[in-house]
Ligand binder design. Sequence first.
Ligand code: GRG
Length: 298
Amino acid sequence: MEIKSYLKEQRLLVEAAFDSYIPAATGDFAKHIEAMRYSLLAGGKRVRPILCIAAARAVGGNTIDDQNILPVACALECIHTYSLIHDDLPAMDNDALRRGKATNHVLYGEAGAILAGDGLLTWAFDLLCNPSHGNLDSEKKLAISHCIAHAAGSFGMVGGQALDIASENTRFPFETLQTIHRSKTGALITASVVSGAIAAGADREQSEALKQYGHQIGLAFQIVDDLLNATATTEQLGKAAGSDIELGKATYPAYFGIEETRKRALNAIEKAKTCLKDFDDKAQPLRLLADYIYTRSH
Ligand code: GRG
């Protein structure tokens, strides 16, 4: 299996599902829905939904009906997209570009972007609970909704973002950086894997192994993000990679330098793949996804 073609095929599957689930931008709420659709359909690697699908298939193979896993996969991407819209706002990172395109607030105004994010967050749970999508039993839907809500909320992504903002321009121990990463980025990535496992009816051992896999790739994802930013920053500044990096924010390279940071990312990837040792070939996409997280270039 080749990772590039796998990613493309899965991305198209997720985007086709969006097309069938997202309301059209017509009627009284046309402008609001257009703003939601703009960010949701503005590209993106679709890492979280693909992880969800791959985890479900690692457990249940092709017995898992697309109609049951795609609403979960799409809900995760809605939450991720909402977090990016809000993260780009003037009150947070104040970014004008995302994925090479104008950010949501630049096009729809601050209020429009806040509401597009709110709409996507809420719509994720509409997708998860909607009885017209698939036939997952209520117990699984409840467990998946709880898993995703917990990961997205105050003890996960939102809490991590709050801690990140509160810690800006302060000195803090490495443990705090780990907490920020685990909650801000890692929690939703882990929930993507775990929710796929729940949908497929994973047993206790499988669930635990996939959760640990999720923790490790979540960690690797953030370390690689730090590395990509540090490399871009050092290039922009004309500095050699690994020299003293002034990022204004605490990051892995700022604590450890570039080489040690690379080692730590690779170590997390190897640990992630070890978590899959008792899984058969159906887990091959998860192994390739772990490698992809290290080798990705954006
Ligand atoms: C505003 C509640 C709230 C949370 C924001 C996730 C997040 C929290 C902010 C994003 C900031 C950031 C750059 C985090 C680093 C890792 C990350 C989540 C990168 C973006 O995710 P990708 O690479 O993006 O999956 P694409 O564009 O592929 O969807």
